[in-house]
Design a protein around this ligand. Sequence first.
Ligand SMILES: *Cc1c(COP(=O)(O)O)cnc(C)c1O
Length: 471
Amino acid sequence: MVNTDKKALFKKIPAVDRLLDTPRIIEASAEYPRSLVLRAIHQVLDEIRKDLAEGGESKESSLLKIETISEKVVERIVLLAQSSLRPVINATGIIVHTNLGRSILAEKVLKRFGPIAGGYSNLEYDIEQGERGSRYTHVEDILKELTSAEGVMVVNNNAGAVLLSIETLARDREVIVSRGQLVEIGGSFRIPDVMRKSGAVMIEVGTTNKTHLQDYEEVIGPDTALLLSVHKSNFHIVGFTQDIDASDLVKLGNKYGIPVMEDLGSGCLINFSEYGIPKEPTVQDVLRQGVDLVTFSGDKLLGGPQAGIILGRKDLIESIKKNPLTRALRIDKLTLLALEETLKIYRDEKAAIREIPTLRMICQPYSSLKTKGQRLAKMIGKLPNTHFSLDQVDGISRAGGGAFPLLELPTRMMSLTPKKLPAHRMEEWLRFHTPPIIVRVEKDQVLLDLRTIQGKEMKIVAQAIRDLASL
Ligand SMILES: *Cc1c(COP(=O)(O)O)cnc(C)c1O
């Protein structure tokens, strides 16, 4: 009985051709490409079939009416016609948010995109000599100028930089690394896996919490090619701990003639301690200590595009450049452009803090965030007696991207405390907003951190909260 009912329901699902003949879909077909219309129809019909099979609400006969379905198809067409990659508003308070695109680029950088993206350029052409040039020259000098590095190489991302460096220096040989640094970053970058892929043999020394210089020295042998130090990035070990200073590792490396490499991960060029933030060794500090190779990301604390930057000893960089893997990890021209322009801003540290959004957001003081909160409240204005109460509260923002894992940046947030709709429904409403507003939900409260909301987004956020209030 039940089965025949089901069969009858399945029979009621309209055929694709019939849907194509409905007035709403004929109208939509005039505006949208046929492939898109068909994709929307198939998606909606598949969902109905699946729902029916699971005994869901599609069995209501009104939901199987052809008008209802064609309406659904039109909604789907509009949704599918949108670009997949879209801007969102980051109200999470996590500055380098990997899921939301890590760093946002400075205005100055964006202005340069048009002519380079839409025209030919001297990407690999030496204008003075009138012959083939190298794409890497565009960032080499500025990186040397800012960091005093002898040699420079840039690739697609930092994972690529680490892989390329280890492959070049230690393929089929041994790399010594502390057990306390065998990190996994973002769920897909694990030092032991990268090591395996690079063909190097990893020699782990020390324990999770303590590693001594002697631990390294004991395993150094004829096959040792590299001493590697990895920034712990997204975690921290507290209590009874001991890690090796870069300068000690350098002494050891020098004694045995073995290069020392440090994967800094975030790699910042600015000493944040002048801005009230705990000191992290800068790229310059690490190079000054005599580390032979340093690798770091372009889109973490540097505040530029996705890229992997390798700095260090000239001879090592030269052999890295000769590795055929560089072709597979090659940096794209738009990335190079964004990297060069971002780096140029660093010539004036004050300008960098002001103009590079990642740095600006990290250094923005609590007092100015409080003012920003008051400004947003004013823009929202008086809400009618609505289904949530709106307040300004204190909270914590994070640098993100594995930088400063323990750093808590005091911030100001808008909080929406629900009276009717639960917080997760409000979160969902904001996420489906155009543009999507990504928030935090904590203890059944919706929280919007003012630190990561950009000035030009304030109006949109204010209007969205007003619209949510009038639901
Ligand atoms: C983030 C990070 C990486 C990976 O960098 P990507 O730019 O994401 O490729 C590698 N090592 C460390 C220590 C990191 O923090």
